[in-house]
Write a protein that binds this ligand. Sequence first.
Ligand SMILES: Nc1ncnc2c1ncn2[C@@H]1O[C@H](COP(=O)(O)OP(=O)(O)OP(=O)(O)O)[C@@H](O)[C@H]1O
Ligand SMILES: [Mg+2]
Length: 463
Amino acid sequence: MSAEPIKHRILIVDDEESMRDFLSIMLHREGYHVDTAVDGAQAVTHLRDHSYDLVISDMKMPRMTGMELLAHIKDRTPETVVLMVTAFSSTDEAVEAMKQGAYDYITKPFRNEEIRLIVKNALERRELRQENLALKEELGKRFSFEGLIGKSKAMQDVFTMVKKVASSPVKVLVTGESGTGKELVARAIHYNSDRRDGPFVPINCGAIPENLLESELFGHEKGSFTGAIKLKQGLFETAAGGTIFLDEIGELPAMMQVKLLRVLQEDEFRRVGGIKDIKTDVRVLAATNRHLEDAVSEGSFREDLYYRFNVIRVDLPPLRQRREDIPVMIDFFWERFTGETGVKVTEDAMRRLIDYHWPGNVRELENVIERATVLGRENEITLDCLPPNLVTGMSSSVTPLTDIPDSGMDLDAYLGEIEKEILLKALVRTDGVRKSAAGLLGITFRSIRYRLSKFGLGDDNEE
Ligand SMILES: Nc1ncnc2c1ncn2[C@@H]1O[C@H](COP(=O)(O)OP(=O)(O)OP(=O)(O)O)[C@@H](O)[C@H]1O
Ligand SMILES: [Mg+2]
């Protein structure tokens, strides 16, 4: 099976008949689909009715000039390539046309071979550009989903998971360190579900005082407690038809865990002080940046509630475990803050951005890029518009221990890491003056010198 090659469509615009005929016969013979127009007005009509890959236009024509036609084309169909034909005497004008977006110009008289080559090149270049655009669009689509950016396998898996679970009513637990995008994932699930037209209601379980939480979630009847001067609907009511997002679920007080469990089991709830049960019509999503398993074994989180939520779990790895997302995210945030695409990042700045530990994850990266848009030069990120802690490579690389891992640990190495981090922090604070750093840490100068050299951080210059 051989597919018919797609014919390129060319429009020739010239008031001189012999020129039109000459070009049209020659290009037709080359296998192009050729139309002709006697002036700009006729060309505009043709351009309205068909889409052309290439327009070859004379510069000097009555009524509409070649320049005017060029402006018209660049305005309407910028992807159409325009080639200007001009008399040898007016090449200045032709150069001006190129500044305005013409691909090239040919001076009359010209040879067949010349025109054949220039047309071929122009069309090839156009195709290449089209392909690039398509590729870019495709990349954009692949690396982003509902405002979530990520090219790493981990993030691609998250996108797939979100699409899969969105349409079912199943509860989802989103886990990950602070700033990894948990709320964004919850929103993506909501907006991909059939509840997308209903409300998305986030509530931070850790931020609301325990005594107000129940009424916040389930509402209260008038007079149910001092201060309940009128009936109040809770979030489970206002979120009806939509999704409720219980953020920091690990912070839910014990009493509320019991109440929530009941609501999830029976799909109904009661307002504080109420006597009738109200049916729920919400999808429940939850997030935590704690190890809920630890909270369960510690006894601070109910196991039964944990299992209710842990049916489907979306784990967002910390940014330092998916560093390949960093460059795409830089582009994305830069464009979001400035409206400009294609930010340049100098090599040393990119190295720091990729190597940094990112304890605050994507939120921290977002802040760093925003800062750079303010401090940096036009569309460029250099080392000097990055925050100092990033440049000195100092970050919290020590994960706080909540318990001794089952596999055991190396206490000396761990304490060493902590020591090193504190020393570096003190040095940053004191602009590298070791004497002041020692003072800050309550140790002697000798001691700080010894400790720094232990980590290979000492230098021989005395202060
Ligand atoms: N994959 C991503 N693509 C684009 N932006 C992201 C991504 N992940 C996070 N962000 C952005 O980073 C910021 C933090 O995200 P979000 O609030 O969802 O994190 P979180 O995990 O809920 O954090 P916390 O635990 O502190 O509440 C937001 O501004 C969000 O838009
Ligand atoms: Mg959050």
